[in-house]
Ligand binder design. Structure first.
Ligand code: AMP
Ligand code: MN
Ligand code: MN
Ligand code: MN
Length: 276
């Protein structure tokens, strides 16, 4: 039986397993096609491809691009991208560059809240110095005893209105979709149920995403409820978008779902892999 998991992270962004360890775990858990989709980064894909060859599973070259759209942070996954596409490579470099200055601002903001040393702390958790994310700050803050786990630390420190939250301007939706398309990939709107949008904003987002060249939406993802699987399945059909499936796995004990631990798509959805 084929089993797809089209959204996952390695130590090249904020995952806890190296690309090789991630692929081995996926194979062991019965995943037959895995996409590695590190945040704003493609440097894990060559190791992941090599490991997939050894493990006998298919590895889809992927990425998850951070986007600012009308004041909201969104994520756009690219599947079957070409990691050597110069437009994509340049675009991702710009996004990562912004992460550096943001990490410095987060650290000074936390310092004002009485937490010292968080930049060095977050860096010590980031295997890729170019890719410091809130997750690395969260792991450091847990280590220091500021909260019991990563979920709790986000609520207390790292979301809008909290001391460690620094508003940031990521890529535009047009850029992210454009970089993915020009590299030959398929743009997929990631975990849409996570965004705080009302009905009309949702419709506007899906319309714009589709007009810009978006082709898919994550219907089944680790952070959706069963009701959201159904409602995003309906959105996918209404907007003529292909349906994707991904755990958004970051590491054992830290993620909603383990690799491949995903229910089937709702009836009537066209799977994104139908044409692969
Ligand atoms: P960043 O791209 O640096 O803003 O970090 C975003 C990452 O933080 C996401 O990809 C998740 O891995 C993680 N994250 C965001 N919100 C939460 C949350 N409420 N609980 C746990 N992890 C979260
Ligand atoms: Mn993440
Ligand atoms: Mn995401
Ligand atoms: Mn993700």
């Amino acid at each position: 039986m084929p089993r797809f998991d089209l959204h996952s992270h390695s130590t090249r962004s904020d995952g806890l397993l190296t690309p090789g360890e991630l692929v081995a775990r996926a194979a062991q858990r019965g995943v037959t096609t895995l996409a590695l989709t590190d945040h704003d980064e493609v440097s894990g894909l060559s190791d992941a491809q090599a490991a997939a060859g050894i493990q006998g599973i298919a590895l889809v070259n992927g990425v998850e691009i951070s986007v600012t759209w009308n004041g909201h942070t969104l994520h756009v996954v690219g599947l079957h991208i070409d990691p050597e596409s110069s437009e994509l490579v340049k675009g991702l470099e710009q996004v990562r560059c912004g992460r550096r200055s943001r990490a410095e601002s987060m650290a000074s903001s936390l310092e004002q809240a009485g937490i010292t040393g968080s930049l060095e702390g977050a860096r010590s958790y980031a295997a890729n110095p170019d890719l410091i994310s809130r997750t690395h700050f969260a792991r450091f803050l847990v280590e220091c005893g500021h909260s019991r786990d990563v979920q709790a630390v986000f609520k207390k420190y790292l979301v809008t209105g909290r001391p460690g939250y620094v508003p940031h301007r990521w890529a535009s939706l047009e850029q992210a979709v454009g970089w993915i398309r020009i590299s030959g990939g398929m743009p997929v709107l990631a975990h849409p149920g996570r965004y705080k949008l009302d009905n009309s904003q949702r419709e506007m987002l899906l319309t714009q995403f589709k007009d810009l060249g978006g082709v898919g939406v994550e219907v089944v993802t680790g952070s959706h409820t069963a009701a959201q699987f159904a409602s995003w399945g309906r959105y996918a059909r209404r907007f003529g978008l292909l349906a994707s499936v991904g755990s958004d796995f970051h590491g054992p004990h830290e993620s909603y779902r383990d690799l491949g631990d995903l229910p089937a798509l709702p009836e009537g959805c066209m799977p994104i892999w139908a044409s692969w």
